[in-house]
Design a protein around this ligand. Structure first.
Ligand code: NG6
Ligand code: CA
Length: 489
């Protein structure tokens, strides 16, 4: 039998409470809600990290991000952090005969060092398992603000080469910046984001040239959706794997005109509705091509939510009673559950139950689970932290993992065992002064029982000293081990 197609749709900074199917009442997400009502909705599905690069690294390699010191929020000119010799999820699926494609946000680095954006780039997604790529290099708030298709910048005029630097001392003279030319901005920054201005929005990092290739934030959703639809259409007769990584609702939030005002929450709500439209485009395409029944569609997010992430888009002021992280504490960057527990939906009509499940699963598990789905045994060094939870992903069992490590900003790790969460003492502010997120830092150990206290309010560490000690020792041991998958088998 032909293997099922696999589509992973991956939001950027979408919280556990941001979708209708996860309790939101102020944002309408009918397409994602339909996926959930016709599939399996996880209430304990996790990203491995509370920021983007580390989460995506894990999803694609089956490895915890703290194994790679370079898996931290990357600048747009960073070298690739996945070695071409590494095993990857798309590479593994390719061995089973899949065509593999990535569309959208990459943020895992490109090239070696000192990348030349004007030539064919070596070391792109195409060198780590993808047959096709149409991406932005990093984030929508970082230069270079151009699309790359396979190894080349799209629409580049060779007479107007692109230069990029993240060093203010090397900033290009004569180029306006948000810092020095705020009068040129259509949206102001609230912190950071004060370098090159593209499309009236200042970004992180400096770029010069490439005028004809610059993206337009307002059409980005359509551009990516079109490429994703094209990839599906072109590969409809083979098994394919599509990793479609949205730029929404990451800052800068600039919805297309059709979605402006779609919610009362301002730009953040509007771009979530826009993203929901993108999900609808994919599902409609699969149905139109008659391949929906043979396609596993997954929807999730790379990390938890944030309101003010550096631009004055009134996300905070207009948020009203909406709860982006639902009942969870913290958000993006945080060690509390709001940082990493995310919407997580698996739909495969006729094969996956329509239900809700509390099985504990993580994005790091896609690797071993899909290896199992496609009948492949993993080598020992492959996907060292990925556990085969296929039965849980398909709703055939309620049992996921027993144990999971997640990380907040700066590689601060946290251990989850069954319903218990242990956060070691870490230095740093309790609340981030810019985005106002509760980070989870505390001079004392923290222990929470999520079965009784989903909001992580009651620290039980002193009442349960022995468990706290045990979990602390276990976390240390895990971090010293080369593979948690082998250790738990
Ligand atoms: C931070 C940026 C933030 C966002 C984040 C990465 C500032 C002040 N903040 O450094 O806006 O870009 O990096 O987000 O520059 S992520 O979802 O890709 O991890
Ligand atoms: Ca993110």
């Amino acid at each position: 039998m032909k293997h099922p197609n696999i589509v992973i749709m991956y939001a950027d900074d979408l919280g556990f409470g941001d979708l209708g199917c996860y309790g939101a009442t102020e944002i309408s997400t009918p397409n994602i809600d339909r996926l959930a009502s016709g599939g399996l909705r996880f209430i304990q599905g996790y990203a491995t990290a509370a920021t983007c690069t580390p989460s995506r690294y894990s999803l694609l390699t089956g490895s915890y991000p703290w194994r790679n010191p370079r898996a931290a929020i990357l600048p747009g000119d960073a070298a690739i952090i996945i070695d071409p010799d590494n095993h990857t999820l798309p590479g593994m699926l390719r061995k089973a005969g899949y065509s593999t494609g990535v569309v959208g946000k990459w943020h895992l680095g490109l090239g070696k060092d000192d990348i030349n954006w004007n030539r064919e780039i070596s070391l792109t997604p195409n060198d780590v398992g993808f047959d096709y790529s149409f991406i932005m290099a990093a984030t929508n708030d970082r230069v270079p603000c151009v699309y790359l298709e396979n190894r080349k910048v799209v629409g580049l005029d060779p007479n107007d080469p692109i230069e990029v630097t993240y060093d203010w001392d090397k900033a290009f003279s004569g180029q306006p910046t948000g810092r020095h030319n705020p009068e040129l901005l259509k949206m102001s920054f609230s912190y950071g984001h004060d370098a090159s201005i593209v499309n009236g929005v200042s970004r992180i990092g400096h770029m010069r040239g490439g005028k004809a290739a610059l993206w337009n934030d307002e059409t980005m959703a359509e551009v990516f959706a079109e490429k994703a639809v094209e990839f599906i259409s072109e590969n409809k007769d083979k098994p394919f794997f599509l990793y479609y990584a949205f730029h929404q609702p990451h800052v800068p939030r600039l919805p297309g005109p059709r979605f402006k005002g779609a919610t009362a929450l301002g730009a953040r709500g509007d771009v979530i509705v826009e993203m929901d439209w993108c999900v609808g485009e994919i599902c409609n395409t699969l149905e139109r091509l008659g391949i929906r029944e043979n396609t596993i569609v997954i929807f999730s997010s790379d990390n938890g939510p944030v309101l003010d992430d550096g631009y004055e888009d009134w996300a905070e002021e207009l948020n009203g009673s909406h709860k982006p992280a639902g009942p969870l504490r913290g958000g993006k960057y945080s060690m509390f559950d709001g940082g990493t527990r995310v919407p997580f939906i698996v739909s495969w009509p006729g094969n996956v139950d329509t239900d809700e499940t509390d099985a504990l699963v993580s994005h790091v598990d896609f690797y071993a689970s899909f290896a199992s789905l496609t009948g492949q045994a993993l080598e020992n060094i492959e996907a060292p932290d990925s556990i085969n939870v296929l039965n849980a992903l398909l709703g055939r069992s309620n049992r996921g993992r027993d144990e999971l490590v997640v990380e907040g900003k700066q590689k601060k790790t946290v251990l989850r065992q069954k319903d218990w969460v242990f956060i070691p003492p870490y230095e740093g502010p309790a609340v981030n002064e810019y985005c106002k997120t509760e980070m989870g830092n505390s001079p004392i150990p923290q222990l929470y029982d999520l079965s009784e206290d989903i909001g992580q309010i009651r620290n039980l560490a002193s009442d349960h000293g022995e468990r706290t000690e045990r979990m602390s020792a276990r976390l240390k041991k895990i971090m010293e081990s080369a593979s948690t998958r082998i250790a738990t088998q």
